[in-house]
Design a protein around this ligand. Structure first.
Ligand SMILES: Cc1cc2nc3c(=O)[nH]c(=O)nc-3n(C[C@H](O)[C@H](O)[C@H](O)COP(=O)(O)OP(=O)(O)OC[C@H]3O[C@@H](n4cnc5c(N)ncnc54)[C@H](O)[C@@H]3O)c2cc1C
Length: 453
């Protein structure tokens, strides 16, 4: 009898000591540009949010890694991507204003994130139809050279007869710095009283009894912890498919990670310093550039070294390849062919600007493999997930951003937040964008995949 009493008391004690299960309001998984933007937009709406990122606060991989991405607005009439970029610029201004609010010194500026510079596009004449559609009723300021003679007259550029040039001039078109933007988004999230947990990798994500169970593993200590949340946003970039395999397994087929390479070059210091002021200005004003051909050679100034020398970044949007192992691909070195291609295209471009920079003046500075995630149509998803064709209002996935996610990042975050909070926007362009990114489209893609009857 005494033993039974002791067991009873012991059980009561254990029950009393057990912590009640704490349930988070919203957990956002992935602190790249898209997850950080989503966590910020939700914070702005007064929501309690926890952002979880597997890396330390200084990132060493991920699609958002780096200090420059092209930010461009130009698009045909009612273009969704122009809307995404322009809205993102406005949202970024809102973030800057909030960070400066109630501080004596205005320490945050748009220029910390954006470098305004004309964006140069080089098309082939075979793409004239595309160019005409792009320029028809264009409201963004641009200049157009429909042939090599005009290109020389207007821009001083020597281009082949088969090419045409467009240059876009707009405030905050040029490049944006993902590293700085992420850092400011995180400051905004914290200023709103929300939390960010770095070095925590989500290792299990499933739904039970109407609530999400999330196991996180600390990447430094290996310790695990279980969290619960009413709502979840998956924004794990190339890792999304694997992350949501128990919730929405079809995303592993709908979003595929691809490897790309980035090569960085520096102009020999003596050569750079021997350029006239005018030539140096010309060099700066003609970055970023994108050749809209079958490989899409693009290039921009990534940053400046300790001595103020510009570091040029080069990539080929369509030179992407499949990946065998997502965890090790980031360490894959560039092939000699990739470096050669990057250098040749850079020399060719600088030559078209009549800048006296030869192959011997261009030093290979560094290069790395990177990854972005892609859908079949290259149009991203920002959508509630579907279970047997039924919308889950508590789970949103934002992914498949390929090479265009950065310029519209805060708009993707805004849309993800709206979906979770059931907020509507009645504008035609918003609804057009939702149709393209959201659950209607997902439903169609799933039936094409035969995931549903
Ligand atoms: C080479 C290259 C060039 C590009 N150029 C341009 C450009 O010029 N203009 C443009 O607009 N866009 C460009 N983009 C696209 C843009 O950079 C991406 O679309 C954008 O950065 C994607 O951000 P993300 O947040 O979806 O992904 P990521 O940045 O990959 O963020 C996902 C985050 O989730 C974290 N994570 C993953 N799994 C877990 C887990 N289980 N637990 C916790 N955390 C996890 C990762 O560590 C990562 O930080 C380019 C992309 C690349 C790769």
């Amino acid at each position: 009898m005494k033993n039974i009493c002791l067991l009873f008391v012991f059980t009561i004690c254990i029950m009393a000591c057990q912590k009640p299960k704490q349930v988070e309001n919203i957990i956002v998984i992935g602190g790249g540009l898209i997850g950080s933007s989503t966590a910020w937009e939700l914070s702005k709406c007064g929501q309690e949010v926890l952002l979880i990122e597997q890396q330390d606060s200084v990132y060493t991989f991920g699609s958002s890694l780096g200090e420059a991405r092209i930010s461009r607005s130009l698009g045909p009439k009612n273009d969704m991507f122009s809307y995404l970029q322009q809205t993102s610029v406005r949202e970024t201004q809102g973030l800057i204003d909030y960070l400066n609010k109630d501080t004596k010194v205005q320490t945050h500026q748009m220029e910390d994130i954006y470098t305004t510079s004309p964006v140069t596009y080089i098309y082939d004449k075979a793409q004239l139809k595309e160019v005409e559609i792009l320029l028809d009723g264009q409201t963004d300021k641009y200049e157009y050279a429909p042939n090599s003679k005009k290109a020389f007259e207007i821009f001083g550029m020597s281009i082949p007869n088969s090419s045409v040039v467009i240059r876009e001039y707009k405030e905050y078109s040029g490049t944006l710095n993902p590293e700085v933007l992420i850092s400011k988004l995180h400051q905004g999230i914290r200023k709103k009283g929300n939390r960010i947990r770095y070095n925590e990798k989500v290792t299990i994500l499933k739904k039970g009894n109407g609530i999400y169970e999330i196991e996180i593993t600390n990447s430094k200590t290996g310790e695990t912890e279980k969290l619960f949340s009413k709502n979840v946003v998956a924004a794990a970039g190339p890792f999304n498919g694997n992350l949501v395999r128990d919730i929405a397994p079809y995303f592993e087929s709908l979003i595929r990670p691809k490897r790309l390479f980035l090569a960085f070059f520096k102009i020999n210091r003596d050569t750079y310093e021997s350029l006239t002021k005018e030539q140096q200005n010309r060099f700066h004003e003609f970055y970023p550039v994108a050749y809209m051909d079958s490989e899409i050679f693009y290039s921009m100034i990534e940053k400046y070294d300790d001595q103020g020398m510009p570091i040029i970044k080069v990539g080929g949007h369509f030179l992407r390849t499949d990946i065998n192992d997502l965890n090790s691909v980031w360490q894959k070195e560039l092939s000699l062919q990739e470096i050669k291609w990057s250098k040749e295209n850079t020399i060719n471009y600088l030559g078209s600007l009549s800048l006296p920079i030869t192959e011997n003046d261009l030093e290979f500075y560094s290069g790395y493999s990177c990854v972005y995630s892609m859908t079949k149509t290259e149009i991203p998803y920002v959508t509630n997930v579907l279970h047997d064709s039924v919308i889950d209002p508590n789970f949103v996935l934002a992914g498949g951003m390929s090479g265009i996610g950065a310029k519209g990042s805060l708009t993707y975050g805004l849309i993800a937040a709206n979906l979770l909070l059931n907020k509507k926007d009645t504008s035609a362009i918003y609804n057009k964008t939702m149709k393209a990114l959201g659950s209607d489209r997902l439903l169609k893609d799933l039936s094409a995949l035969n995931f549903i009857e």
